[in-house]
Design a binder for this molecule. Structure first.
Ligand SMILES: C[S@@+](CC[C@H](N)C(=O)[O-])C[C@H]1O[C@@H](n2cnc3c(N)ncnc32)[C@H](O)[C@@H]1O
Length: 253
């Protein structure tokens, strides 16, 4: 089995030239103690998206695990009186650890000083959505990565305003997430792909132009490459993945 990468690689986005950047290093230092799959550059995307929201914004996170992304979002929101609803089913699996992970998440939030900003909801995202009626300002999707769950998670975008953003992890990396994006974003009349940092895609609630659809299609070779790398890693052929520019034993994120 391919091991989960416990911490993110470093790289890029070190800027501290404007005020918004200053808190990121602190936030990421706290988050980087927590195991997970979010890279530093991707954490930066979450930070920037949450920091750009108006005061008192409400963000929904689907899939918190031990809180790596939760801490980054909550630290950004804490500066402008925002709130984060963190939804996780704490599914039993060797990868995610099951019910006991909730206590680890709560301890990590406490340690990062963000407990008062985060409402942890223990539920499957579909179940939580069926009870949800409030508008939200930003959506972060990093839950179950199969086609059906990701498709359902994209329905949370109905709670976003025009111009609101939905960030999706493992886009153009996992088959389930990518096929869901292919059927729900590529042909959509209300969602458009803005870009991606590694496998973190930024989707906006706005009418897509032709260029947005081409941008989406342009990511597909990268997706095929990632699927090939994942297969090679599972076959124990990690050395071959280097020829595809992939270094290390972990899946591409
Ligand atoms: C990839 S991890 C999230 C990682 C986290 N965002 C981070 O930065 O470390 C996926 C999480 O989704 C949760 N999950 C799986 N299926 C879910 C579902 N249907 N609804 C909500 N959470 C789910 C798992 O329990 C796991 O904690």
């Amino acid at each position: 089995m391919v091991e989960s990468r416990p911490v993110a690689e470093s790289g890029g986005n070190e800027g501290t030239e404007n005020g918004v950047d200053e808190g990121f290093d602190d936030a990421f230092a706290l988050a980087d103690r927590i195991p997970g799959w979010l890279t530093r550059d991707q954490a930066r995307v979450l930070w920037d998206a949450a920091s750009a929201l108006t005061d008192g914004a409400h963000v929904v996170e689907i899939g918190s695990h031990q809180g790596r992304s939760t801490v980054v979002l909550a630290r950004a929101l804490g500066r402008n009186g925002g709130r984060l609803t963190a939804i996780d089913a704490f599914v039993d699996s060797p990868r995610y650890g099951g019910a006991s992970t909730r206590a680890v998440l709560l301890a990590n939030l406490e340690q990062a000083g963000v407990s008062s900003i985060v409402d942890v909801v223990v539920a499957r995202s579909r179940q939580a959505r069926s009870r949800w009626s409030e508008p939200i300002d930003l959506l972060w999707v990093d839950g179950k990565h199969d086609y059906w769950t990701c498709t359902d998670d994209l329905r949370w975008t109905r709670h976003l305003p025009d111009g609101g953003r939905c960030l999706v992890h493992d886009a153009f990396s996992s088959i389930g997430v990518t096929s869901s994006l292919m059927l729900n974003v590529l042909p959509s009349g209300r969602l458009r792909l803005i870009g991606r940092v590694g496998s973190l895609a930024t989707i906006e609630v706005s009418r897509p132009h032709l260029a947005d659809r081409f941008r989406f299609l342009a990511q597909l070779p990268w997706w095929v490459r990632n699927v090939v790398i994942k297969v090679l890693l599972r076959l124990g052929l990690g050395s071959v993945t280097r020829r595809l520019g992939h270094v290390g034993p972990f899946d591409p994120y």
